[in-house]
Ligand binder design. Structure first.
Ligand code: SF4
Ligand code: SF4
Length: 158
């Protein structure tokens, strides 16, 4: 079943992500770069000694893994004040935790997008079909004790 693309990717400049630096993109171009994988809505574990970050499949309480979207995106910060809004100027300080396949990381590092990215495939489902999204793959944080999160670490890329 095809899902509606929650992001408006219509009418964008052809392959703009290859020619336009992140901090020169329009707001729509910036938002369209998100592949909808949902991995930034996962809880992370940081090793205090090495600083290494591991993603877990324990998702934020607002993440709906039947749609792979935030259930309350426009008002999410009322419920999850720590949820960030990623901005081009702040990518550097978020790199330590951004998923390996995240399009913002890839472009920041000068790497190409994957063929399954909706901007390339023209289909929002391709990220799910490729098995790299968190659709139907998470457990909610209110069901798992924080001490047990390490049992749910995922290897990237999925
Ligand atoms: S990890 Fe990156 S590409 Fe995936 S949903 Fe989050 S911001 Fe979008
Ligand atoms: S509040 Fe919404 S966008 Fe933020 S981490 Fe949770 S599910 Fe994701």
């Amino acid at each position: 079943m095809s899902r509606d693309d929650p992001i408006d990717r219509s009418g964008l400049r052809d392959r703009y992500w290859e020619t336009t630096p992140l901090d020169r993109m329009t707001q729509r171009e910036w938002e369209a770069l998100c592949d909808g994988c949902g991995k930034c809505c996962l809880n992370k574990l940081e090793d205090e000694e090495t600083g290494e970050v591991a993603l877990t499949r324990v998702a934020c309480r607002l993440f709906d893994d039947t749609t792979c979207k935030c259930a309350q995106y426009p008002i999410r910060q009322q419920f999850v004040p720590e949820c960030i809004t990623l901005r081009p100027q702040e990518i550097d300080r978020h790199l330590y935790w951004l998923p390996q396949t995240c399009a913002y990381r890839l472009r920041h590092e000068g790497r190409p997008l994957y063929d399954w990215h909706p901007l390339i495939s023209g289909n929002a489902d391709s990220v799910h079909d490729a098995g790299v999204s968190m659709l139907s793959r998470t457990v909610p944080e209110y069901e798992i004790d924080e001490d047990d999160w390490e049992d749910h670490i995922i290897e990237e890329p999925l």
